[in-house]
Ligand binder design. Structure first.
Ligand code: NAP
Length: 252
């Protein structure tokens, strides 16, 4: 029997890395996808293996269809895919919509939206019982930004996460009879390097006092929610969008 594997896109740093650590600690074999920073990915894989877990790092930009196809071909070589965490996501520097270039919009939507759709497509092709698969779970990373809109910062990113909310519901219903559950986690402000990559390394410290719990969340706290949604304990949960935001943006 081929080994079962779970793929985490953008699994080398931040929330994705926490998800990989926890999945591996639960006995799952993890494909740790990354885009550029091979050092971080290899370090994480070494750490997981040293702790007795199983993990493999595979490079692939989820903003590029050919690289996604290659990523899934690598997954097929490693085992039978039974889980996908659509975690890779990017944001850009703060800008108003009337300043945004098409190049910027293409990058945000290619990675955050098209990447998640294409990875979900490849996962469903493999996991759906309709296609002879054994079922599985998909968890998408949304964002509280989908409800806040992020004016004067990154409306493009917020809108891309709005698409993730809708995709989660639609795809969940589409494959509900095919052994696949599809859910999303919608984090608030989480202490990772994504804020620095958007040109605001001090964002977490600046916002802290304005958050309902007066603190940002950790990658581990988000990963715990992802793990639950992927587990059999969530066997009747599909199409759910779970706010892990410490109370931020919880109203519809
Ligand atoms: P992060 O710390 O910036 O880590 C990003 C990860 O994604 C890295 O492993 C990176 O790999 C990978 N990545 C970036 N672009 C990629 C691409 N095109 N293809 C494949 N992998 C790519 O991010 P994070 O804060 O953990 O965020 C994870 C997810 O949670 C994202 O979807 C984000 O939108 C969402 N989220 C985060 C927050 C927050 O406050 N942190 C809040 C709400 C939602 P490399 O190192 O190789 O670039």
């Amino acid at each position: 029997m081929p080994e079962e594997i779970v793929m985490v896109t953008g699994g080398s740093r931040g929330i994705g890395a926490s998800v990989c650590r926890k999945l591996a600690a639960n006995g799952r074999k993890v494909l740790v996808n990354f885009a550029q920073n091979s050092g971080a990915a290899e370090e994480l894989v070494d750490e997981i293996r040293a702790a007795g877990g199983a993990a493999v790092a595979i490079q692939g930009d989820v903003g590029n269809e050919a690289e996604i196809l290659n990523l899934f071909a690598e997954a097929d070589r490693l085992g039978t895919l039974t889980g996908l965490v659509n975690n890779a996501g990017v944001l850009d520097v703060a800008q108003r919509v009337d300043e945004m270039s098409l190049e910027r919009l293409n990058r945000i939507f290619s990675v955050n939206v098209f990447g998640s759709f294409l990875c979900a497509r490849e996962a469903v092709r493999r996991m759906s019982t309709r296609n002879g698969g054994k079922g599985g779970t998909i968890v998408n990373l949304g964002s509280a930004a989908s409800k806040l809109g992020s004016p004067n910062q990154y409306v493009d990113y917020a809108a891309s996460k709005g698409a993730i909310d809708t995709m989660t519901v639609g795809l969940a219903l589409e494959v509900a009879q095919e052994g696949i559950r599809v859910n999303a986690v919608r984090p608030g402000i989480i202490d990772t390097e994504i804020h620095a990559s958007g040109g605001a390394p001090g964002r977490v410290a600046e916002l802290q006092s304005k958050l309902p719990m007066k603190r940002a969340g950790s990658a581990e706290e988000v990963a715990d929610a992802v793990l639950w949604l992927m587990s059999d304990q969530a066997s009747y949960t599909t199409g759910a969008i779970l706010d892990v935001s410490g109370g931020r943006a919880i109203l519809p």
